[in-house]
Design a protein around this ligand. Structure first.
Ligand SMILES: [Fe+2]
Length: 207
């Protein structure tokens, strides 16, 4: 078994990439399949770029990410105990994208890692944050909730009043693709209900 630790700098979140031919034991955490081969256990299946909250399972996987909280129960706790350290460690969204409208949004991004054909990074925002409506990406993106409760929202245009869908994002959940062919996205945003941490999976980047 090959285990690669991915260090986002959070001392109470262990993130690993697992590649294994053998049965692997997973304790409690969020398992995301990065491979074409479905992960199967106890009659359940995790397809590529999908996820589940698992607890004490043994299964074969080709390539997966596993997020495990240490001394935190993300099903019970929805307030981030040390947001200042995340803010000091990660980059503010304005420093990432340099778009004026992002200046006042309390949103921070971790370092990005390339894991096989997928780029991953974490995002953090406090409760009740509108992270900004947008519809352009030069990659396909999906998000998996790692902490707290949020919503992925779709809009008819770049206006909050034009919202037409809320996709709730509970702990461990990965939403279905918003993208269509040629990186066509509806207007969308992430909105937090509680303090939130989620992972962005970015893939099939435009050359
Ligand atoms: Fe997006």
């Amino acid at each position: 078994m090959a285990e690669q630790i991915i260090d986002f700098g959070l001392h109470n979140l262990k993130t690993s990439r697992i590649q294994s031919e053998d049965n692997t034991h997973f304790t409690n955490g969020v398992l995301i399949n990065l491979s074409e081969k479905p992960i199967k256990y106890d009659g359940l299946t995790i397809e590529k770029y999908n996820s589940a909250v698992v607890g004490n399972i043994n299964t074969q996987i080709e390539d997966a990410l596993f997020f495990e909280w240490i001394n935190i129960d993300p099903c019970e706790q929805t307030t981030c105990s040390d947001p200042k350290s995340i803010q000091n460690m990660w980059n503010h969204v304005y420093d990432v994208f340099k778009v004026d409208s992002l200046k006042n949004i309390p949103l921070w991004r971790s370092k990005q890692f390339s894991i096989g054909k997928t780029d991953i990074n974490l995002w953090f925002c406090p409760s009740n944050t509108h992270c900004g409506i947008h519809n352009e990406h030069n990659f396909n993106e999906l998000h998996t909730q790692i902490f707290g409760l949020g919503i992925m929202q779709k809009f008819k245009n770049e206006d909050f009043s034009s919202k037409y869908e809320d996709v709730l994002m509970p702990y461990g959940y990965t939403h279905s693709p918003f993208y269509k062919e040629n990186y066509n996205y509806p207007w969308h945003q992430y909105k937090s209900i509680t303090d939130c941490i989620w992972v962005a999976l970015e893939f099939d980047r435009k050359d």
